[in-house]
Design a binder for this molecule. Structure first.
Ligand code: IPE
Ligand code: IPE
Ligand code: MG
Length: 261
């Protein structure tokens, strides 16, 4: 189907499978995990890295090609400076110590978010890791850092506006596709499944545009406790859902029958 400028980006109903192709995770609950275990908050963040390792491994084992993790929001700067500093140190150390391992495992790493606010050391480590892993195909791992959904939409609008002012585009022709192609996540397919751990049922300014038709899964499990079985439960829940994209249930069943005939 050719896209018209004013088509909804959700109008083209994608082929859907039992397994999500793109899983996005709001990794929440590190602080509460630490408190429950009588540990400082940073111990929860450190322990959370174990869960990252296990979901990455599971995506590779299952053949889920895209995984996007919310690591630090544009609002997280409001935390006590000492916690922000420890999170930055953890981010830098992890980038430094794990880039090679990611590469050896065939993982392509990308970071999305407003990275201009990070130290030059972190920016350098991001560039280096992205460069090293650029051609890998086993898993596309995207880390959202200093990411905000509103930031993403407004930076895309700025780019569209400059195309209009330079005459590359006319204001009348601007459509959803023009925003889409300037989003920081433009190289990713739309998310199929969002998982949020830690019990809160909110989006916290994550992928506001991209989540238009994503299936949402909320669990009380705290991120450091999110193990293989917890991930399986989320995937099972996804597999049982009927994604209708505005159609009726019968239409969806009908088109499945035609495909399977
Ligand atoms: C998520 O865990 C990690 C970040 C936001 C960096 P939290 O640190 O928000 O954990 P809780 O919500 O306080 O338990
Ligand atoms: C969302 O968690 C951001 C990340 C997981 C990185 P928060 O714990 O910061 O979310 P709120 O502030 O409770 O909504
Ligand atoms: Mg939290």
């Amino acid at each position: 189907m050719t896209k018209q400028p004013h088509d909804s980006s959700t109008q083209v109903v994608p082929d859907i499978g039992l397994l999500p192709a793109h899983v996005v995770i709001i990794m929440d609950g590190n602080g509460r995990w630490a408190r429950r275990n009588d540990l400082p908050r940073i111990a929860g963040h450190r322990r959370g890295l174990e869960s990252v390792r296990s979901v990455v491994k599971k995506c590779i084992d299952k053949g889920i090609p895209y995984l996007t993790l919310f690591a630090f929001s544009s609002e997280n700067w409001r935390r006590p400076p000492a916690e922000v500093q420890l999170l930055m140190d953890l981010f830098a150390n992890t980038l430094e110590s794990k880039a090679r391992k990611l590469h050896e495992n065939g993982i392509c790493l990308r970071v999305v978010g407003d990275t201009t606010r990070f130290s030059s050391k972190i920016r350098m480590l991001i560039n280096r890791a992205e460069h090293l892993t650029h051609d890998n195909k086993k898993l596309n791992l995207t880390i959202a850092a200093n990411y905000g959904g509103r930031w993403d939409i407004s930076q895309a609008c700025q780019k569209v506006a400059s195309e209009v002012s330079s005459g590359e585009l006319t204001a009348d022709s601007v459509g959803e596709h023009d925003i889409q192609r300037h989003l920081s996540t433009r190289f990713l397919p739309e998310p199929d499944l969002l998982i949020r751990t830690g019990g809160e049922q909110r989006i916290s300014n994550f992928l506001l545009w991209q989540l238009a038709y994503t299936e949402l899964y909320f669990t009380e499990t705290l991120w450091p406790d999110f193990n293989d079985e917890a991930f399986e439960r989320a995937l099972d829940s996804f597999a049982k859902r009927q994604r209708r994209f505005g159609q009726t249930g019968d239409q969806v069943l009908g088109s499945k029958q035609i495909k399977n005939a």
